[in-house]
Design a protein around this ligand. Structure first.
Ligand code: SF4
Length: 327
């Protein structure tokens, strides 16, 4: 949970991740996908920053670029005050060890031919700091922390339910004491009843091990459950960012308003009016000029077709990129 003094663990400055699409012929124009298009934000130590957006908004690429699994096209990633661009060899490995990832599909991310004990032990082996016996003890301890019995060590992934497999994925992510975890849609493959158990486990572990989370999801209810702050992504750009409480109570960007209005709420005293999103998400290969949301915005103005709004502070650290709030 958020600490009283906010210290940035990571500072992301003007981050871009562009991909060139292979041309089918020389005559075809060169196409570029702007998956992450100029994102700047801070991730504070001990917090959970939720990243929400539709599929194709660039949220997973953003997470992978921070982990250096995707090379940024431009921009800076500063970790504890140090730019990571120049990190190579053992320094890059140390950086990566501080950061781990929890994936969406716990079955696909666990090797089906390996026993659970070996899966959790694997990252420890790369560190060469523990003896075999110490590694075994650590595996037992981690299984206990994620609520699984010791004899799970001997079993294979297929012997567990989806929720249990995600617990195993979490244990593996914690194996080498990371301080930052990127969870990419970690509960979307699970039943709703199991989702909250896994989220609560992640929150307990965050408190116990002082973890910082970047929590990526398309599901605003899930993000609300776990996050301290939330950033809303649209076509590779942050259109709104703020504390969860303020953002959910008073969404400013028309896109955030539409997303939140679509969450089903059972409250007959206060029926909600859904704001329908017009049309489809445009292709990141051909994003709209001006405000990226203008093709779907119910409040679109002339200038939105030409000018691109920058994020600006509106109230209580809530920032929004929209001309409706131009001062
Ligand atoms: Fe809508 Fe214009 Fe605001 Fe973009 S800048 S969200 S098009 S009103």
């Amino acid at each position: 949970m958020i600490m009283t003094k906010k210290e940035a663990l990571l500072e992301i400055k003007h981050l871009k991740a562009y991909f060139t699409v292979k041309r089918k012929s020389m005559k075809e124009e060169k196409k570029v996908i702007k998956a992450v298009d100029d994102i700047s934000l801070e991730i504070f130590r001990g917090e959970t920053l939720g990243i929400v957006g539709e599929s194709g908004s660039g949220k997973s690429t953003f997470g992978r670029t921070i982990l250096k699994l995707v090379e940024p096209t431009d921009g800076e990633i500063i970790y504890k005050g140090q730019p990571i661009q120049q990190l190579k060899g053992s320094k890059l490995q140390t950086y990566r060890n501080q950061m781990q990832m929890i994936f969406q599909d716990p079955f696909a991310s666990l090797n089906p031919r390996m026993r659970i004990g070996a899966i959790i032990e694997e990252p420890m082996k790369l560190q060469f700091t523990l003896t075999k016996e110490q590694r075994k003890e650590r595996v037992k301890e981690l299984l206990h922390k994620v609520g699984l019995p010791e004899d799970a060590m001997q079993k294979f992934p297929h012997e567990f339910s989806g929720g249990q497999r995600q617990r195993i994925g979490i244990a593996r992510a914690l194996a080498i004491h990371p301080e930052f975890i990127i969870a990419d849609e970690p509960v979307s493959a699970l039943d709703v009843s199991v989702q909250s158990q896994v989220l609560n486990l992640m929150m307990d572990l965050q408190d116990e091990f002082h973890l910082t989370y970047l929590f990526i999801s398309h599901d605003l209810s899930v993000v609300k459950h776990i996050s301290d702050r939330v950033a809303v992504l649209y076509l590779g750009r942050v259109v709104e960012i703020g504390a969860k409480k303020e953002l959910y109570a008073n969404p400013l960007h028309p896109y955030t308003q539409a997303l939140l209005s679509a969450i089903p709420v059972i409250n007959f005293d206060e029926p909600k009016q859904e704001i329908p999103l017009q049309g489809e998400l445009p292709s990141p290969m051909n994003p709209p000029v001006g405000c990226v949301f203008h093709t779907r915005c119910p409040y679109v103005m002339d200038r939105c077709h030409q000018e691109r709004p920058e994020l600006q502070e509106e109230n209580n650290h809530q920032r929004v990129a929209c001309f409706l709030y131009d001062k």
